[in-house]
Design a protein around this ligand. Structure first.
Ligand code: DC
Length: 239
């Protein structure tokens, strides 16, 4: 598997502490949340590369559970099978190529409403975040539940129409075709499920920085995020 296909990536060298050597146990956490298709995955990758932090796309952990149930032909509300699948999730073996299928994303949004599945996966995600030099995690509940003490919290959003247009362009760029209205309805359904569930719904943490990418290219979002992070680092290094 290519390194770029993995959903979790470990980085050995801390690059963000400037001159002074950080203690080996020191970690820095960047939490990125937002709805599907807002660009948070790309942003997370760019930031992890730039600051040389570990990277975890937590959506892939829910996708891995859903993929297992689909593979076994089991209903997505089979709680005990979903719990077993959640225990089996290995963060080092999340295969983006297999898990990125649209149907798996839909199914992931359904298994993600099961509280016990969330607890099992959240524990793995927290362990990942704790390893030095720290990590960028992206998902739906990172700033609110998984890493409430994250050094930086970003909430990346874009209007449903813009996200649908981007998804359509992505499909067309690889020679496919799709109906805009269907994609939009799909995105709205997913938003409703992710924002409306009882356990850990998608919402910005009170102390999150909001980045609306509706009118912003990913490069501009990256620069805006970097400015926020560099400012926080400068304050910390001065303290
Ligand atoms: O980011 P994604 O599209 O790969 O996520 C798939 C689904 O997983 C998403 O619709 C909701 C769920 N999810 C979640 O509930 N909490 C997370 N931290 C990440 C994803």
């Amino acid at each position: 598997m290519l390194a770029g296909q993995r959903g979790a990536r470990r980085n050995a060298a801390p690059a963000l502490f400037g001159k002074g050597d950080p203690p080996m146990t020191y970690t820095f956490t960047i939490a990125i949340d937002g709805p599907a298709g807002a660009g948070k995955g790309t942003l997370a990758r760019r930031l992890a590369d730039h600051y040389r932090l570990n990277l975890l796309d937590t959506g892939l952990t829910y996708r891995a559970v859903a993929h297992k149930l689909l593979e076994l032909g089991l209903p997505l509300d089979n709680v005990s099978a979903a719990e077993t699948a959640a225990h089996q999730v290995d963060l080092a073996k999340l295969d983006r190529a297999v898990l990125s299928a649209h149907a798996v994303g839909e199914a992931a949004s359904k298994v993600a409403v099961i509280p016990t599945v969330r607890r099992i996966l959240v524990e793995k995600q927290r362990d990942f975040a704790k390893a030095p030099p720290g990590a960028v995690l992206d998902g739906r509940d990172i700033g609110t539940v998984v890493c409430p003490d994250a050094d930086i919290k970003l909430y990346v959003t874009a209007s449903a129409e813009v996200r649908a247009r981007r998804r359509l362009a992505e499909i067309e760029s690889i020679g496919g075709s799709a109906d805009f209205a269907e994609i939009l309805a799909d995105i709205q359904r997913r938003d409703e499920r992710d924002m409306g569930r009882a356990d850990s719904p998608l919402k910005p943490a009170a102390d999150a920085h909001l980045l609306d990418t509706s009118e912003m290219a990913i490069e501009a979002a990256f620069l805006a995020a970097m400015a926020i992070i560099d400012d926080a680092l400068a304050k910390r290094n001065k303290a």
